[in-house]
Design a protein around this ligand. Structure first.
Ligand code: NDP
Ligand code: MG
Ligand code: MG
Length: 332
């Protein structure tokens, strides 16, 4: 059984006694910086001159400096810039400012797991990875709740790294929801696999293929949109609340029968074999290296895929329909 930690297991005074630098102020960065500050922690945000996020952080009342100054002032440095540039930011701004006993924190383990960043042996290396998007992490904190997080220690130079990481997790509200102990390897590999094979990649491909099948057979795109995309949320909400069992309890027996007999014809043994290949490419670093090379080349393929999908009939149909739905909502 996984090890779980809650409010009483974490001591907020540990992180309150440290100086924290949050490098980056995007989805996760803003949530961590603001919630730590509201938890009574001494926080500064590290951003480059001319960064788009700078004004936002300053308007929120945070102190902003350049990443090197932030790293030099702090003894806990949380790196929340995009994964493909973390190694550059680390080399330029953080590594020269690390002192023995400092702690280097991550929100995702990719750069440590695949060796793009190798911290010195005398600093703690920890991860606090909320299992939800940054804007939800912040909203839940403001509402007195939290998004669950997973916490890991890669290097325990001080002998107190885990308690520090738990304390940080408490500072962003995560121990209200529950914190699970993991390793950098497990977090990185399962996070990448989950988002590629199931949550984002798998789901988007499933929705698109279903939508195209109906439209190519002559059905109206609006009807196909409702069947293959809109209703997905209602089904996933039921799974989230009570697993497959609750979803099956709520749907019709006809839908449930179709679920049993047709699901395995769509996600076949071949699909699972391909999933295993995807996982192997994640584990051996192929995926991480390809992605970082694409990012450094200026994202040519990424932008091509993005444009193609934004022009897909599924998306143009959805845009029109969602406007209609918000109008219906306003009238209600
Ligand atoms: P975002 O892309 O939302 O934010 C990136 C931030 O970094 C921006 O403020 C950006 O500034 C800043 N930035 C970019 N380049 C530099 C630089 N050279 N020096 C300093 N700051 C810079 O990132 P995310 O929050 O999505 O991701 C951060 C980390 O959190 C990643 O490790 C990710 O895997 C992890 N994570 C993210 C989740 C999420 O909800 N998105 C969920 C769980 C983990 P500017 O405004 O100028 O571009
Ligand atoms: Mg991820
Ligand atoms: Mg239906």
């Amino acid at each position: 059984m996984a090890e779980l930690f809650y409010e009483d297991d974490a001591d907020l005074s540990i992180i309150q006694g440290r100086k924290v630098a949050v490098i980056g102020y995007g989805s996760q960065g803003h949530a961590h910086a603001l919630s730590l500050r509201d938890s009574g922690v001494d926080v500064r945000v590290g951003l480059l001159e001319g960064s788009k996020s700078r004004a936002k952080a300053e308007e929120a009342g945070l102190r902003v400096t350049d990443p090197s100054t932030a790293a030099a002032e702090a003894d806990v440095i949380m790196i929340l810039v995009p994964d493909p540039i973390q190694a550059d930011v680390y080399t330029e701004s953080i590594a020269p400012n690390l002192k023995a006993g400092d702690a280097l924190f991550f929100g995702h383990g990719l750069n440590i797991r695949f060796g793009f960043i190798t911290p010195p042996a005398d600093v703690d290396v920890c991860m606090v990875a909320p299992k939800g998007p940054g804007h939800l992490v912040r909203r839940q904190y403001e509402e007195g709740r939290g998004v669950p997080a997973i916490v890991a220690v890669e290097q325990d130079a001080t002998g107190k790294a885990f308690d520090l990481a738990l304390s940080y997790a408490k500072g962003i509200g995560a121990t209200k929801a529950g914190v699970i102990k993991t390793t950098f390897t497990e977090e990185t590999e399962t996070d990448l696999f989950g988002e590629q094979a199931v949550l984002c990649g798998g789901t988007a491909a499933l929705v698109k293929a279903g939508f195209e099948t109906l439209v190519e057979a002559g059905y109206q795109p609006e009807i196909a949109y409702f069947e293959c995309l809109h209703e997905l949320k209602l089904i996933v909400d039921l799974m989230y609340e009570g697993g497959l069992e609750k979803m099956r309890w709520s749907i019709s027996e006809t839908a449930e029968w179709g679920d049993y007999v047709t699901g395995p014809r769509i996600i076949t043994a071949d699909t699972k074999a391909e999933m295993k290949k995807v996982l192997a490419e994640i584990q051996d670093g192929t995926f991480a290296n390809t992605w970082i090379a694409e990012y450094k080349a200026g994202l040519p393929k990424y932008n091509e895929y993005k444009t193609a999908d934004s022009e897909h009939l599924l998306e143009t149909t959805g845009k029109k329909l969602r406007k209609l739905m918000s109008w219906v909502d306003e009238e209600a």
